[in-house]
Design a protein around this ligand. Structure first.
Ligand code: GDP
Length: 368
C-alpha cells in the first residue's frame, strides 16, 4: 500500500481502513487481488461482477473544490445523464460552476432503455426543456447508449468540434454510465487500456483519470457525484435489479377508475385520487411487479402484503414505510419515483405518489 497501489477500475488509491471511502478493499481480498493481478477496489469489483451500487463518500468540501477548479479552467464540459433517470442525473449547482464561457455538451445515455419508436428529436427537445429549468443551455445534446455503442465515434467528433483547443471534463452522478462511456472512449481512441493516467485534483483527495487527446489536451474523468434521494439507497442489493433496467422498457398501460391504486412492488405506490376514468402508462423495469387494488383499504393491504405479494420491500421497513405526496395534474405529466421509473398521467386528474422516506417523488412534463 505504501507504494500507492491504485484500483484498475476507478484509479482510487487502495486502502484497507475505511469501507466508506474510495479505494477500499479488505486486507484478505487485497492480498488475493495483488496475487492475481486484478487490483479492483471493493466497489469496482462489485460493480463489475454484480452491477451493484456502492457509493463512495464525496464530501461537500471536496465537491465544491472540484467544481471550483473546473470553473477556473477553459474547458468543454461533457455532462452525462441517464435518460431513464433524468431527475436523478441532475447535478445541483452545475450551471454555477461551469461559468459563462465553458460550453456544455449533454450526453443522454441509456437511450436503449426507452421505447425504440420514440422520436429522438422530440426527446432532445424535451431534455432541453428539462435542462432549461436547471439553468442549463447546452451547446448540444447527444443521445447514446454506452453499453451498446454505435455512435461513439460520432460523439467524439462532436466533442472535437465543440472543444476548440480546450480540455474536456466529463461529469455525472454515479450510475449514469459515465465509466462505461469513458471505457468506450478509451477503446475507440487508443485501443489500449494502459494509456489512462491518473492524478489528483489539486487540493482534494479525489483522483482523476486523464485520457490524452490528439492535440496535447486531455479528456478528464471526474469522480461520480452521489445522489442521496434515490430509490437505490433504500433497496437491498439483491433487489437493485428491479430499479435498474437492463433492457428496453415495455410500457404498461392501465385503465383506471378514480380511487384505484397501483403498487410498484413494495417500493412505491400510485393513487388515482379523483377525476374521470382514464388510462395511465407505467415505465418501470419489466420484472417489477405492479399490483392494482382499491384505494380504500390500500394502507392495510400494503401492511399485510409487503414483502410477499408486494416485493421487493424497502430496506428498514418501519411502521409507516411510505410517505405520500399529492399532485393536481394540469398538463400531461410523468409522476416520477426517483430512480425507479415513472407513470404518465393525463391532465385534469388528482394523483398521489408514495415512496420510502428520503426518496423523491415529483411531477415533470411528460417525456413520451
Ligand atoms: P457510473 O457510475 O456513472 O460510472 O456508471 P457505470 O458506467 O458504472 O454504469 C452504471 C450501470 O449502468 C451499470 O450497470 C451499467 O452496465 C449500466 N449502463 C451504463 N451505460 C448503459 C447504457 O447505455 N444502457 C444500459 N441499459 N445500461 C447502461
Amino acid at each position: 500500500l505504501d507504494e500507492g497501489l491504485r484500483c484498475i477500475g476507478c484509479g482510487a488509491l487502495m486502502q484497507i481502513t475505511d469501507p466508506e471511502k474510495a479505494g477500499y478493499l479488505p486486507l484478505s481480498a487485497l492480498k488475493k487481488a495483488i496475487d492475481s493481478d486484478a487490483l479492483f477496489c471493493k466497489r469496482c469489483f462489485r460493480l463489475r461482477h454484480y452491477n451493484e451500487i456502492q457509493p463512495v463518500e464525496l464530501t461537500d468540501d471536496d465537491f465544491a473544490r472540484l467544481l471550483h477548479q473546473i470553473s477556473d479552467t477553459n474547458a468543454l464540459i461533457v455532462y452525462v445523464m441517464d435518460l431513464f433517470d433524468v431527475t436523478g442525473s441532475e447535478i445541483a449547482g452545475l450551471p454555477r460552476f461551469v461559468g459563462e464561457n465553458n460550453p456544455i455538451l449533454v450526453v443522454g445515455n441509456k437511450v436503449d432503455l426507452l421505447p425504440k419508436l420514440l422520436n429522438q428529436n422530440r426527446l432532445k427537445q424535451w431534455l432541453q426543456t428539462m435542462l432549461k429549468a436547471q439553468g442549463i443551455k447546452p451547446a448540444d445534446i447527444f443521445l447514446t447508449s454506452a453499453a451498446h455503442p454505435k455512435n461513439i465515434d460520432a460523439l467524439l467528433e462532436r466533442v472535437d468540434q465543440l472543444r476548440l483547443d480546450r480540455d474536456v471534463y466529463v461529469v455525472g452522478v454515479t450510475n449514469v454510465g459515465k465509466s462505461t462511456l469513458i471505457n468506450q472512449i478509451i477503446k475507440s481512441r487508443t485501443g489500449v487500456q494502459d494509456l489512462i493516467t491518473t492524478s489528483r485534483f489539486p487540493g482534494t483527495t479525489l483522483d482523476r483519470i486523464e485520457i490524452p487527446l490528439a492535440d496535447g489536451h486531455q479528456l478528464i474523468d471526474t469522480p461520480g457525484i452521489i445522489k442521496r434521494e434515490q430509490m437505490a439507497h433504500v433497496i437491498a442489493d439483491k433487489d437493485l435489479k428491479y430499479a435498474l433496467p437492463k433492457k428496453e422498457i415495455k410500457p404498461r398501460t392501465y385503465q383506471l377508475n378514480p380511487e384505484q391504486t397501483l403498487f410498484l412492488g413494495g417500493l412505491a405506490r400510485f393513487d388515482f385520487v379523483s377525476g374521470e376514468r382514464t388510462a395511465v402508462t407505467a415505465y418501470f423495469e419489466n420484472n417489477l411487479n405492479i399490483h392494482r387494488t382499491k384505494l380504500n383499504g390500500a394502507d392495510e393491504f400494503y401492511n399485510r402484503h409487503v414483502g410477499e405479494l408486494l416485493t421487493p420491500a424497502p430496506l428498514n421497513l418501519t411502521a409507516s414505510p411510505l410517505v405520500k405526496r399529492e399532485f393536481n395534474i394540469i398538463e400531461k405529466s410523468d409522476l416520477v419515483f426517483a430512480g425507479l421509473g415513472w407513470i404518465t398521467v393525463p391532465a385534469g386528474i388528482k394523483v398521489a405518489g408514495w415512496v420510502p422516506e428520503g426518496v423523491d417523488v415529483l411531477i415533470r412534463k411528460a417525456m413520451i
